[in-house]
Design a protein around this ligand. Structure first.
Ligand code: PSU
Ligand code: MN
Length: 302
């Protein structure tokens, strides 16, 4: 496996010196945000990880290899490339075998991070059970990856475009610890509260690191979902978004959008319907998650 992975010099040095590393995904860059804000955000997230005392490792597939830690040129290329594949667990090996270019989702980033010995990963929001899943069966592979692969994922909850009660139920069934950071409620991506209680709560990075270690000590597979609420000054009230999410979902249904295209379509429609407010909130929450992930990565090294 290690000969499939290319570590950047910075990540290789950090791994060799037992310095804390935070994995970052690339689908948020290629499919989650428009250019050029995606590139500026990817750079700012890496800077936030560094400022918090850890080394960032943005992950993507290029030239038949998993790149853990991207150069400035690679990041810039990825942010503007048009035909980048969105890779989840199902697509990762095929893309590698064919030598293609692919951006890793939460699921695929977890797989690559674990293989590279990285225990902590920051993103915006995980995928989950889509509204209407009782008919579409659209349930993100991110959920089962959390049950399988030992990486602690820091997200602002699950994206509010999803059916959050069903998402929490599936996570419970899969045995995934869902830990709200510093509050009792489960956050809803662009909003601090979903109205649903979080199954677990922790208030310090050290407590999250201890739980991560304990899971390994028990021999349990899988990771943890840390649900970190968006900063208060950046949030959009859930009541403002609810009708717009319904509208976007109705348009997705009417246009027959399915599969991998659903999440990017809904994020883009909400960006348009809110005149860009969801993008600003998304950027704020990713930065916030990067900072917390760096603190957890440091606590794991202590
Ligand atoms: N977080 C964001 N924006 C995104 C994503 C996460 O702030 O676009 C991506 C992640 O890569 C996640 C994916 O894995 O959305 C979910 O896609 P799907 O619903 O198709 O599993
Ligand atoms: Mn899906």
């Amino acid at each position: 496996m290690t000969d499939l992975i290319t570590l950047s010099d910075e990540v290789a040095a950090a791994r060799a010196g037992a310095q804390p590393v935070v994995a970052l995904e690339s689908t948020i860059i290629t499919h989650g945000m428009p250019y050029p804000r995606n590139l500026a955000t990817a750079r700012a997230v890496e800077a936030a990880v560094r400022a918090a005392g850890a080394v960032p490792a943005t992950i993507a597939v290029m030239g038949g290899r998993i790149h853990v830690g991207l150069s400035e040129a690679e990041l810039s290329h990825l942010a503007q490339a048009e035909d980048v594949a969105k890779l989840s667990r199902a697509d990762l090996a095929v893309c590698l075998a064919q030598g293609g270019v692919g951006a890793t989702t939460v699921a695929a980033t977890m797989i690559c991070a674990a293989r590279a010995g990285i225990a902590v990963f920051a993103t915006g929001g995980i995928g989950g059970v889509h509204k209407g899943a009782e008919d579409s069966f659209d349930i993100s592979a991110d959920l089962r990856e959390l049950a399988e692969t030992p990486v602690t994922v820091v997200a602002a909850g699950a994206k509010a475009i999803l059916d959050l009660p069903k998402t929490l139920e599936v996570l419970e069934t899969q045995g995934v610890p869902v830990i709200a950071f510093g509050q009792d409620g489960f956050p809803a991506f662009w909003s601090r509260e979903s109205g649903l209680p979080a199954p677990l709560r922790m208030d310090t990075p050290e407590a999250i690191a201890d739980a991560h270690r304990m899971r390994a000590a028990l021999g349990l597979p899988g990771g943890q979902l840390v649900a970190n609420p968006i900063p208060a000054d950046a949030e959009i009230p859930a009541s403002t978004l609810a009708p717009l999410i319904e509208q976007a979902q109705a348009q997705a249904d009417a246009r027959g959008i399915t599969g991998k295209a659903v999440t990017p379509f809904l994020l883009q429609r909400l960006f348009e319907l809110t005149e860009g407010r969801t993008l600003e909130a998304n950027i704020a929450l990713v930065l916030n998650n990067a900072r917390l992930a760096a603190r957890i990565a440091r606590a794991l090294m202590a």
